[in-house]
Design a protein around this ligand. Sequence first.
Ligand code: P6P
Length: 343
Amino acid sequence: MIHHKIVTIERHIIEGERAHPGATGDFSGLLRDLTLAFKVIWREVSKAGLVDILGLTGNQNVHGEQVKKLDVFADETIYRAMDHGGHLCVMASEENEDVLHIPENYPTGKYVLLYDPLDGSSNIDANVTIGSIFSIYRRVTPAGRGSMQDCLQPGYKQVAAGYVIYGSSTMLVYTTGDGVHGFTLDPSIGEFLLSHENIRIPRRGKIYSVNEGNYRWWFDPVKKYVKYLQEEDKATSRPYSARYIGSLVGDIHRTLLYGGIFMYPGDSRNPDGKLRLMYEGNPMAFIVEQAGGKASNGERRILDIQPTKLHQRTPLFIGSEEDVTICEEFLQGKRDLQQRAAS
Ligand code: P6P
């Protein structure tokens, strides 16, 4: 009888901790609390379509509770799961303008959590894949209540990052700087089980992902790069296929597994693009780099950007190392369409 090793995310975290001498188990407690929040969010997201059918109409559900917008529900679920464990000194969420403090009656800890509780939630009514994104740092202030200073750290200081994709199956993908690992939720036992150990992104792909509806506002180098991808050249699998879900977690997850490039460029209307640095760009950049890929704002590595505002936006070019490098060459004027380079 071959016993397949059943590795829950908790076991994976603890085994990972053992590999880090001096780890206090504090970190595994933090991630355990976080995965509980994701299971609660999954339960609501997976029945969202049934809200009307099950009579959960209007603002009242069968328990007489207020039915909140799912992203507000997800935001509160994560905050409530994380506010009492003593692992965090401060949090910050896409849903809240200012940082989120730990209640006075709870202990504070040495970590910082930034999160996008339900990214792409505008897609949920169309049953399109959505996700939760998280980013974890060590605190920089000495002790007690954390502050904005603890949150505004460059991405290379992250100690962990991950996302949950609520799709055809629900998966949690995370890194603690030791590779990228994927866990699939087994609803029958309510556990995230290791399903994709040590995910590696292909060095070059055949898919590009960008909202071409913004073409008229793109800067010329972006237009030239996309035109390059659409040229025919068998040696470099061009023309690439176009895939765009419009939900960051879905588009990044596909790029991570299949390779290629995802772009949300700045343009003449929004030079910094749409995506947020602290809880979209940085966690996704950490994950993709740990899988062997690359993430840039067009000029520099996403993880090297020193943030100044909690909700600041950044252009994002992320995916296979070769694809992002060629994209940067176009964006930095080092490459043009006329160049008939080998790659
Ligand atoms: P657009 C979803 O609203 C989101 O924040 C990301 O998940 C997604 O990548 C992006 O916006 C899509 O934006 O402008 O293409 O609809």
